[in-house]
Write a protein that binds this ligand. Sequence first.
Ligand code: ATP
Ligand code: MG
Length: 302
Amino acid sequence: MPSAKDIQSIISKFRVPSDGTVRLKQYDPEWSGDTKLPKAERKKIAKELLSEDVTALAGAQELLYAADSWSILIIFQAMDAAGKDGTIKHVMSGVNPQGVQVYSFKHPSAEELDHTFLWRCMKVLPERGRIGIFNRSYYEDVLIVKVHPELVAAQRIPDGRTGKSFWADRYDDINTFERHLTRNGTLILKFFLNVSKKEQARRFLDRINDPAKHWKFSDSDVAERGFWDDYMQAYEEALAATSTKWAPWYVIPADHKWVSRAMVAKIISTSIESLNLIYPQVSDEKRRQIAEAKTKLEKQPQ
Ligand code: ATP
Ligand code: MG
């Protein structure tokens, strides 16, 4: 098993620097650990790490809830079939469902379009003590909307011209919003599940060839694939502009699901641990009440 230090050094390689630069081509979607080890061994290690972190997360979430001061916001963005749903399902599999809320953001509704692009996400931010997961997010407004700028028209922004400054302003809004959240007790973690174009085709074909997976297949997924390069450019620009010290992006290798799941679980569990939360201290008055209740209960006939 890799040491905690090795793991931290691996994780830091996938954290996008906050200096405004990122080259997505430098991140390998197929990365799957130390290639001196056989694949079966790497897979086994990843699965063991995932299982450890699923347990660690369950404990961390209980403490988060008891401490009732921090909340955690986890954002997932990716191309279709990168494995967002499966990652959320596996990584959160040990956590008390009452402490987690998952929201999936789709094409905005008429009501949502009547507000600014942050509104629908603001409404469902996690409260203190909870983990909120955004399956897609306000980042769609600088990704799909940037790839298809005609979508801006539907937002009816006065003078909504989509020049360079329009997108720069959106990045700026996002950074300021996230700064506000972190200053007030929300830990933000952002994951881009980096699947390759080749692996996406393989997964789409899998869906097409397996009738049990037909419900997952959508024509529009294939249409969006046609804009792959535009998406990669939009991702690169968004990640460069919005990976900050207070809300970093991680580019997670996603061609092997066992890698992405283990890595995401590790980053979430170590990030919560680094908050150094403690259970609330019991006051002398409370201790006295507990002792009194114990005596009363013991005296009562059973
Ligand atoms: P899955 O396919 O795994 O069920 P999904 O997240 O791809 O999950 P879909 O219903 O297939 O969900 O797609 C949602 C679509 O909504 C995506 O194409 C996404 O880009 C789009 N979308 C999300 N937010 C916005 C937005 N603000 N403006 C325009 N389109 C958006
Ligand atoms: Mg989809």
